[in-house]
Ligand binder design. Structure first.
Ligand code: SF4
Length: 69
């Protein structure tokens, strides 16, 4: 179901805490600067990704529905 959502990380906000990787390891990874990147936005259930987004200390993760635009 999560393939109906676009998941993005604001690199300017991300401070590399890694919390999102703990919650949704299939979705998020770290790049060479320890900034979070989206590996596969369909890898984890959207509820798990939402928890990861809510747990981000800098609110760097955005979820946007792909439909209803
Ligand atoms: S939880 Fe937020 S600040 Fe931490 S790595 Fe993920 S996006 Fe970056």
């Amino acid at each position: 179901m999560s393939d109906t959502w676009t998941v993005t990380v604001d690199r300017e906000r991300c401070m590399g805490s890694g919390i999102c990787l703990v919650y949704a390891a299939g979705t998020f990874g770290h790049d060479e600067e320890a900034k979070a990147i989206v590996i596969d936005s369909a890898a984890d259930p959207i509820d798990v990704i939402r928890v990861a987004a809510e747990g981000c200390p800098t609110a760097a993760i955005q979820l946007a529905p792909n439909d209803g635009m």
